[in-house]
Design a protein. Structure first.
Length: 276
């Protein structure tokens, strides 16, 4: 099957290609393999590279897909391609730093603020199953997990249910924004990251950052994500491409497979126009 030149479908990972923090399914790999016959594929997530490798290693082991694959961790502030000569390893294309962008003092203020907010969550009456460390510096962003990054699936599901009932994360997003504004900090953003955490990064370093690597003047880009509301980390890119009918909101991996079929049909239409 012919590949559409300079076409790219970007996918969020958690909640889109996989259930949160779970391994990619065989059905999803098969759908992506079919898609890779018509376009290049981008894996665009707030997670770091190590988590992408853990969840998607069967995809990277499939050379048919991986040769058409771009790996974009931390909202694409890092960019890698799979190494065709060494399965499971990656070639670094681009990487940047949050601390370099906003400065050491502002970075320390952000860390102090989220540590303080974590303490407030711990002091509440919520029966939150805290597990392990809560913060991860991903170089270009900070990930903050109120329940802890080592929480098992049962604890994660318990927190997800509590968050839906009490809006824990939404309230702390609003609190963080107020605290930053009180300190005169307007160039740091906080968003929901996956089902249980927050992503914090410099303004403008949301998922639209991917378009710096794949400018729309040269690339035909589509996007599929699940966190497309105003507090979600898919929001900006989803809204940017929405007016072009090139973004899709999914409720989970099953719907994503249906959306992949829609993308294939769109791309086949382009191929048909080229051929005629």
């Amino acid at each position: 099957m012919q590949n559409v030149k300079n076409s790219l479908v970007l996918f969020d990972v958690d909640g889109t290609l996989t259930e949160s923090r779970q391994m990619i399914s065989k059905d999803m790999i098969e759908a992506l393999r079919e898609l890779s016959h018509t376009t290049e594929i981008g894996l665009l997530t707030g997670s770091g590279l190590e988590y992408i490798k853990e969840q998607l290693w069967p995809l990277f082991a499939d050379r048919e897909i991986s040769i058409n694959c771009h790996v974009l961790p931390c909202n694409s502030t890092e960019y890698y391609i799979p190494n065709p000569d060494s399965p499971g390893s990656f070639i670094e294309i681009f990487r940047t730093s949050m601390e370099d962008k906003i400065g050491f003092e502002k970075f320390q203020l952000v860390m102090k603020t989220i540590i303080s907010q974590q303490a407030k969550i711990a002091e509440t009456d919520y029966d939150i199953p805290f597990t392990g460390h809560h913060f991860q510096n991903r170089r270009s962003m900070i990930n903050w997990s109120p329940i802890g990054r080592n929480a098992n699936n049962g604890s994660r599901q318990q927190f997800i249910a509590m968050d839906k009932t009490y809006q824990i994360r939404s309230r702390h997003i609003n609190m963080f924004r107020r605290l930053m504004l009180d300190e005169g900090v307007e160039d740091v953003v906080i968003k929901l990251g996956g089902d249980t955490s927050f992503d914090i990064y410099p303004a403008g370093w949301d998922k639209t950052f991917a378009l710096k690597h794949f400018p729309e003047s040269d690339w035909d880009v589509m996007f599929v994500g699940d966190r497309c509301g105003p507090n979600g980390n898919d929001h900006e890119l989803y809204e940017h491409l929405k007016h072009q009918d090139r973004s899709f909101e999914t409720s989970g991996p099953e719907e994503t497979i249906e959306i992949i079929d829609t993308c294939i049909n769109k791309l086949l239409g382009v191929i048909s126009e080229i051929d005629t």
